[in-house]
Ligand binder design. Structure first.
Ligand code: ATP
Length: 363
């Protein structure tokens, strides 16, 4: 098990920074997912770690030793890409054995390790087949097997599930998590799929424009997003964001917008009592909004229900409160019809507040 450390990594292409001062510590045996939109620098980061790109600045350390000057094959890192790139003329067993053969491992040791990997990945019955005789999911498992067979210090995965259909993706995702748990190999996994990141990661590193925005366990990223960007990127549907203004009168803070006007709870108010007249974004997740029959307290506001979508166990409600458009996920037991007027409430402990200008969290 090994520890990976990126220190102030910068990689520029034609003068523009694809990775812009990225620092990241990955503990020994940890599963870290780098999450961000297309073009934010995820793949470039992985390629720098693997030694396929040379960073312009910064340091890459494995177990406190710099690997920045080492060629890829001397870094003891394995990488799996989106396209599995199996050798088509070799059998599954030969594909998995290949890295060991290159290392001139003894034949009986190779046989033992291929058998072990076959069992671990449920490929034992397929070892004699060629890649074209396998399904996409099976091919992906062979690619994983080939990458881990030589027990690398660090395992890098770049969107490895994106060629699989939705069902197989879910299944392979769970398999991958189990495999990583069992092997305890230090893993960095890249994706733009927030659900995948939340499901797999011990910690999620959210990137945008080459920069690291937040690095924390999934529950913290979801529950306490530090910026508007992270709040909007994590969760499906994205968090509702409502433009509002704070008005402070001594210890009391009011939040007013075109759909609500209420006094902030004491716990939240103490963090923003110096911010009179501050323009803010109030963040509320769709599942934290509740439809009520009547106006039970002053933060409850009225909205037009203009669309009801059935999701199976739940319903998604599209609401319009003055100019604000909101999404609410509710139990499908709710008796709501499009066209109705409804009351919408929330618990202040679920409320997020962001500065409109800096887009950073205020509470
Ligand atoms: P995706 O999810 O689409 O794969 P990503 O987050 O992995 O995106 P990168 O592939 O790391 O993003 O690219 C980051 C930025 O660097 C992009 O603007 C991309 O166009 C640019 N870039 C990447 N590789 C090169 C290259 N070899 N030459 C020039 N620009 C590049």
């Amino acid at each position: 098990m090994s520890e990976l450390r990126l220190v102030n990594l910068v990689k520029k292409f034609d003068g523009a920074a694809a990775v812009d001062g990225l620092s990241l510590d990955v503990s020994s045996g940890e599963f870290v997912v780098i999450l961000g939109p297309s073009g934010c620098g995820k793949t470039t980061t992985l390629r720098c770690v693997a030694g396929l790109e040379v960073p312009d600045e910064g340091e890459i350390m494995i177990d406190n030793d710099s690997v920045s000057g080492l060629p890829p094959r001397e870094r003891d890192i394995a990488m799996v890409f989106q396209n599995y790139a199996l050798y088509p003329h070799m059998t599954v067993a030969e594909n998995i054995a290949y890295p060991l053969k290159m290392k001139k491992t003894a034949k009986d040791e190779i046989e033992r390790r291929v058998k072990e990997i076959g069992e671990l990945l449920g490929l034992s019955h397929l070892l004699g087949r060629k890649p074209r005789q396998l399904s996409g999911g099976e091919q992906q498992r062979v690619a994983l097997g080939r990458a881990i067979v030589r027990r690398p210090k660090v395992f890098l995965l770049d969107e490895p599930l994106s060629n699989l259909d939705a069902k197989l993706r879910l299944f392979t995702r769970a398999e991958l998590k189990r495999l990583q748990r069992e092997l305890r190999v230090t893993t960095v996994y890249v994706t733009h799929d927030q659900a995948e990141a939340m499901a797999l990661a011990d910690r999620v590193a959210v990137m945008n424009n080459g920069k690291l925005l937040q690095y924390a366990p999934p529950t913290e990223i979801y529950g306490r997003p530090n910026t508007v960007f992270v709040a909007g990127f994590i969760g499906n549907p994205p968090m509702n964001l409502i433009r509002a203004r704070l008005t402070v009168d001594r210890e009391l803070v009011r939040v007013s917008s075109d759909c609500f006007n209420f006094e902030l709870s004491e716990g939240l108010a103490k963090n923003v009592k110096n911010l009179n007249e501050k323009e803010v974004l109030v963040g509320l997740r769709a599942e934290d909004l509740a439809i009520s029959e009547a106006r039970s307290d002053e933060s409850v506001f009225q909205a037009d229900l203009y669309l009801v979508e059935h999701l199976g166990a739940n319903v998604m409600l599209d609401l319009k409160a003055n100019q604000s458009l909101l999404k609410c996920v509710a139990s499908n037991a709710i008796e709501a019809r499009a066209g109705a007027k409804v009351w919408v409430g929330f618990d202040q402990s679920q409320l997020h507040l962001f500065d409109v200008k800096t887009e950073e969290a205020l509470v």
